[in-house]
Write a protein that binds this ligand. Sequence first.
Ligand code: GTP
Ligand code: MG
Length: 389
Amino acid sequence: MASLNELTDRVVGAPGMVQRRAIAKAITLLESTRPSDRERADALLATLLPHSGRAFRLGLSGTPGVGKSTLIESLGLYLIGQGLTVAVLTIDPSSTVSGGSILGDKTRMERLSVHENAFIRPSPSGGNLGGVAEKTREAMLVLEAAGYNVVIVETVGVGQSEIAVASMTDLFVLMQLPNSGDELQAIKKGVMELADLVLINKADLDPDAATRACAQITSSLRLLGQHGNPDRAAHDPQAWRPRVLQLSALSGQGVAKLWQAATEFRERRTRSGTWEARRRGQSLSWMRERIEAGLKQLFRNDPAVRARLPSLSREVAQGRVVASSAARELLALFGPASDFAADAASDVPDRAIEPGGAGTAQSGGAGASSERTAVSPHRQSPRPQGGKD
Ligand SMILES: Nc1nc2c(ncn2[C@@H]2O[C@H](COP(=O)(O)OP(=O)(O)OP(=O)(O)O)[C@@H](O)[C@H]2O)c(=O)[nH]1
Ligand SMILES: [Mg+2]
């Protein structure tokens, strides 16, 4: 097996078969669940990190059948035609071991999937959304280090995966069908608020319906901007307002306009400093999310906790012990935390690890905390609620 240094050299090295194999190997290493592989994977990421960060990270979501794969094919080929290289990653926590969906996808991305300037990698299979999303983020770093100009992260619009994709990309694109009621669904789920661009696809089938959908969604977005997301309500004429575009992914009509809007988005955000601020915020919330996930796992695996949890859960369920005291007792039992259980039981404000909170104050008011995807307003407690598992 090639050493880590060799693997790094090949990933950041010249494009070609050797590089492609190295990328695939690197991503496989990141996806491995063996603890010894994890150490190697972390070492690899550390050496790749300085080479990453230069790609345009584009998130794409929409309900099944809306035309995501078809768009990736036409947008990908368009970008390659512009002299760019394109990588595609997918987040689909439901995908099975065989990666069933990607087989269908490959036929929709027939030309892109075999193009030497494109790299397509299916969703890592199994596991929860947090794990799948983490692996996708890491794979994105590998592809950036390899020099891909545009990394598209696709997710099917079911479950929470849109939020995961929006929180790891620079531009989040939501695809909709005219007349599908998708719009209401997206508003209900809060996905519309995440969108920087909304695409009405299949406009070729019914142009009038597409035009109507455009107008409807434009006015919904305006309302959301006024009442929903404070970031969007700012009266800065230079600030990006989410746009709605019509498209035919199949014929490719509208694809150039889409890329034009994406480029303008990047220029505006770069000028205002919010492009980098969003990334900084994303990195910090990723770290925090991983710390919390790690703490939960340590807690669940703690022998003393495991021994006490079932009986204590019963007592809480039967109303004999107050839930909060039970939680304190379990936290006090928790190995690494037992020394400072009292501290752990009282909330440490999130600001401690937010930008600005740890002395990394950002200039101007465009701090990451004002970015919608940067910091979730609610905090997930690392402590278990009752004795669920
Ligand atoms: N007429 C028309 N058909 C389209 C267009 N875009 C996609 N389709 C068709 O819609 C169907 C679904 O497209 P996909 O690209 O597979 O959709 P998807 O969003 O990737 O679907 P999942 O992978 O199942 O989530 C295919 O038969 C496409 O040919 C379009 O712009 N116009
Ligand atoms: Mg698809």
